[in-house]
Design a protein around this ligand. Structure first.
Ligand code: URA
Length: 255
């Protein structure tokens, strides 16, 4: 038998309703367990044995949830904010209430954010120890030269105390008329303002920045401002890419 869960918590976790609202649903005879109406919010349900339904819709219990969001500029990578729209506000209804962004993007950065409540996976995806690639497309002021590609490959040092691991810079386009360039950069760290600082260090400040991949995840087919649940295959691919640590890294318990 797996761990049992109070019925009001089950409904709350799986719908985003508060516990109070969930209790109201239960007392209002809207919830069934294995086909029978249960009106007791403290009923303990076993996820491996119970089919719980709300208004006739099955509501399987999921310990962990995973969504990918395509964040527009101006949306905050946070779980709540009094003034601004957050990435949580972009999730479709029915998500767990304890989801958080696995890594942040700046307010003006757009693109891929993973939302989950799986703390261990999130830690591994973000830790440089696991070498999970994140790819960005940047437009920058200035004409990028091959020297920048070499500097990124060697590892940028920005200022005296900031060092970034080797990264892959590909120059996609340079426009002499506007004096701008477009480039792809792939990093496996996630330091504060990292990509912007790396481009600044080679004299080309970032104008726009979009994260287009995160490990095996891409933004394909996901319009800006929208979110979708990951498929089982995508979740497995995320787990797979956190199975092998970078050779140069200490054990997790040493960190
Ligand atoms: N690097 C940055 O500078 N900003 C981001 O939002 C993400 C990576």
């Amino acid at each position: 038998m797996s761990e049992t869960i109070r019925l009001d918590r089950w409904i709350s976790d799986m719908t985003g309703l508060s516990r109070k609202q969930a209790g109201r649903m239960i007392r209002g005879k809207k919830v069934t367990v294995n086909g029978e109406v249960v009106r007791d919010a403290s009923f303990m349900a076993d996820p491996s044995a119970c089919v719980v339904a709300l208004d006739g819709q099955n509501l399987p219990y999921e310990n962990f949830q995973y969504y990918v969001v395509n964040k527009p500029a101006g949306v905050l990578s946070a779980t709540e904010d009094k003034r601004r729209t957050t990435v949580v506000d972009l999730l479709p209804p029915g998500h767990r209430r304890d989801l958080f962004p696995a890594g942040r993007l700046d307010l003006d950065t757009t693109g891929l954010i993973l939302m989950t409540n799986d703390g261990q996976l999130s830690h591994r995806l973000l830790s440089p120890a696991w070498h999970v690639d994140k790819r960005y497309i940047a437009t920058v002021d200035g004409i990028l030269e091959k020297t920048a590609v070499r500097a990124f490959a060697e590892g940028i040092t920005a200022g005296t105390d900031l060092e970034f691991a080797p990264a892959v810079l590909e120059i996609l386009e340079t426009d002499a008329d506007s004096g701008t360039s477009e480039a792809s950069v792939t990093i496996h760290e996630g330091k504060f303002h990292q990509v912007k600082k790396m481009f600044e260090a080679v004299g080309c400040p970032v104008r726009t920045l979009t994260r287009v991949t995160f490990g095996p995840l891409t933004l394909e087919g996901l319009p800006e401002g929208e979110a979708r649940k990951l498929t089982e295959e995508e979740i497995q691919a995320l787990r797979d890419c956190t199975q092998t640590r970078g050779k140069d890294q200490p054990d997790e318990d040493e960190m």
